[in-house]
Design a protein around this ligand. Structure first.
Ligand SMILES: [Zn+2]
Length: 133
């Protein structure tokens, strides 16, 4: 009975589910742009929706408005390679993210950004909470 209620609630509130999902995406990177490391203000479709990209976690990365707007409908990795802030570790992280290996992506981002660890502490706590549950 409770399970049916939950399904019903989700159907009733797709916006709520979408918001939770968006939040979780930003949390993975400690709310920083996967491309340049600035605060992430938006979600970027790596493969643009206009090219059939889906709104799945594997295809959606946290990005600042500047990167998101500049990249536009270009191929993400091709575009990223031409940026001044290009970092091969971030490029690997993006690739891992696209493969659905978020754990590896996050580790690579931590490596690329020394400040990341501090901001990402909550993620680790959450992870251990999951294990405890
Ligand atoms: Zn950016």
């Amino acid at each position: 009975m409770h399970i049916n209620d939950a399904v019903f609630l989700e159907d009733l509130c797709p916006k709520f589910r979408l918001r939770q999902w968006r939040k979780s995406i930003h949390r993975f990177t400690g709310k920083s742009c996967i491309y340049c490391g600035k605060p992430s203000e938006s979600i970027d479709h790596v493969l643009p929706r206009s090219q059939g990209g889906l709104s799945t976690t594997e295809n959606c990365v946290p990005a600042c408005l500047s990167c998101n707007g500049d990249k536009s409908d270009k191929n993400a990795l091709y575009w990223y390679r031409r940026q001044k802030f290009y970092d091969p570790r971030r490029a690997m992280a993006i690739r891992a993210w696209l493969d659905g290996d978020l754990r590896l992506a996050i580790r690579l981002l931590q490596w690329a950004n020394p400040n990341f660890k501090e901001r990402n502490r909550n993620y680790k706590e959450e992870e251990s909470n999951y294990k405890a549950a």
